[in-house]
Design a protein around this ligand. Structure first.
Ligand SMILES: Cc1cc2nc3c(=O)[nH]c(=O)nc-3n(C[C@H](O)[C@H](O)[C@H](O)COP(=O)(O)OP(=O)(O)OC[C@H]3O[C@@H](n4cnc5c(N)ncnc54)[C@H](O)[C@@H]3O)c2cc1C
Length: 438
């Protein structure tokens, strides 16, 4: 069959790349609820500062993707940056990753981490990991888990790691090498491990990537929020207008699409959608006069905060990227606070969180003083991280398979309901385009 009309919902990286891949092979319409492209990949300018939706750095698995992005944004605009990241623990900054830098901590912590790690090497257990928590305990031992992995992950995921499976981990959580851990306990100086030791970033903000991609696509309709998709009539309703399709690509949250947008949905979709869980993210984009405080290591890119005394779990510093994101003589940061959607904060709470957060940033030596702050703007990402609990795989697959039977192909971080990156979104776009043409 010659596919004629393909409608794509969402002009984030997934939708944009799908549209670009399909451009000469079908009639494509992209429907986007916002007035600009990019979804999470946008840069906003405020008071001369450029803020992304928290940190958005490119880590490439595939050389072809790196070349694609380099060409798109122009080679000289894609900066290659050596990561400088830290963990704030025991009232000091130690280099990331934790397990390679335990020597920076007091003797009692070093001893405990070593003894508990050695215990894990004595236990022979080949059974599959029952949870993310089981994995960390068996691979790292109670010391490292309780000092860093457990408090940090509980804060970020909003649930105990016992409730998470290991499906999502892949390259995101490094598997320990004994020599790395023991080496990091006996001496200092090792760094650079993990999946993001080097990262790439376009000069002027990550939004450039989406803007360039959108520039290559003809038919993007903005301010067109998709309200309903009628699978029987093969019709999309957005902004009061109807769009017919032969094939549909969805990139908006699978939970929202299956639970609210699809019609007629039926139990098959609504019950599975109900079981999909995610985190809700509140973050603050902050700009201030002057440098960062003296305690924070120079030119740090981001810091993890596992401690309960801080509401936030990570703080990053766009102004240190050397990408022209902050006016001369100023600094900028984003600070991320995670919630389960049931506990999402009210407006009044957001104000209290902001005040406490700014005080804590001063205390931790990041902002020189409250009086230096130019702005601290709250932003919300309602669906931030997909939670890989026991329902994740089954519910997600059930929806994706049932949609494909109705000529709807769904993908991307939220449309595919997974933990994935910008590079993965580009790949999703290509794969969805191919599926549509089959
Ligand atoms: C806090 C955070 C930090 C991240 N950091 C990194 C990082 O450092 N590196 C990295 O590689 N990746 C990072 N990511 C992941 C990255 O943002 C995503 O993988 C990628 O942007 C997903 O693109 P997408 O197009 O699939 O989804 P989205 O960007 O969510 O795009 C979906 C689009 O659909 C639109 N839409 C929604 N509902 C409707 C509707 N009803 N009708 C019409 N349009 C609609 C939205 O406005 C949006 O434009 C991060 C993600 C988060 C949440």
């Amino acid at each position: 069959m010659g596919v004629k009309d393909i409608v794509i919902i969402g002009a984030g990286l997934t939708g944009l790349r799908a549209a670009q891949s399909l451009s000469e092979k079908a009639r494509v319409t992209v429907l986007e609820k916002n007035d600009r492209p990019g979804g999470l990949v946008q840069t906003k300018e405020i008071d001369g500062f450029k803020h992304d939706h928290t940190g958005h750095f490119l880590h490439f698995k595939e050389k072809a993707k790196k070349n694609f992005v380099r060409k798109l944004v122009a080679p000289e605009k894609l900066l290659e940056i050596q990561r400088k990241s830290y963990i704030y623990t025991d009232r000091r900054y130690i280099p990331y990753p934790f397990q390679s830098h335990i020597n920076y901590l007091p003797e009692n912590i070093r001893r405990r981490c070593l003894v508990e790690f050695l215990k894990t090497r004595q236990e022979e257990d080949d059974s599959p990991y029952s949870s993310f928590y089981d994995w960390m305990m068996r691979e790292y031992g109670r010391g490292i888990v309780e000092e860093f992995m457990l408090p940090y992950n509980r804060k970020m995921w909003t649930v105990h790691p016992r409730e998470l499976t290991t499906e999502w981990m892949g390259r995101f959580v490094p598997k320990p090498a004994p020599e790395e851990i023991i080496g990091g306990i006996v001496s200092q100086g090792k760094s650079g491990e993990g999946y993001n030791a080097v990262f790439y970033y376009p000069e002027g903000g990550i939004g450039l990537l989406a803007d360039k991609l959108a520039g290559e696509i003809d038919n993007i309709i903005y301010n067109a929020k998709v309200e309903k998709v009628n699978t029987e009539k093969k019709e999309v309703i957005a902004g009061g207008k109807k769009y017919s399709y032969d094939r549909l690509i969805n990139t908006v949250s699978l939970k929202e699409f299956a639970g609210e947008i699809l019609s007629p949905a039926g139990k098959e979709f609504s019950e599975a959608a109900e079981k999909l869980s995610h985190t809700f993210l509140l973050y603050f984009s902050i700009g201030w006069d002057g440098d960062t405080g003296k305690e924070l290591p120079r030119r740090a890119h981001w810091v993890y905060f596992p401690g309960d005394e801080f509401s936030f779990y990570r703080v990053g510093f766009p102004s240190t990227l050397g990408a022209g994101l902050a006016p001369k003589g100023t600094s900028s940061a984003y600070a991320e606070v995670s919630f389960s959607p049931e506990n999402a904060p009210s407006e009044k709470n957001i104000l209290n969180i902001k005040n406490d957060l700014l005080d804590k940033l001063v205390e931790a030596g990041i902002i020189p003083g409250r009086e230096a702050v130019i702005h601290a703007l709250p932003e919300i990402i309602k669906t931030a991280y997909v939670i890989y609990d026991k329902n994740h795989n089954k519910s997600r697959s059930a929806i994706i398979d049932a949609l494909a039977r109705r000529d709807i192909y769904t993908g991307g971080r939220y449309g595919g309901w997974e933990y994935s990156s910008m590079e993965d979104a580009l790949k999703w776009g290509e794969d969805l385009a191919e599926l549509c043409l089959k």
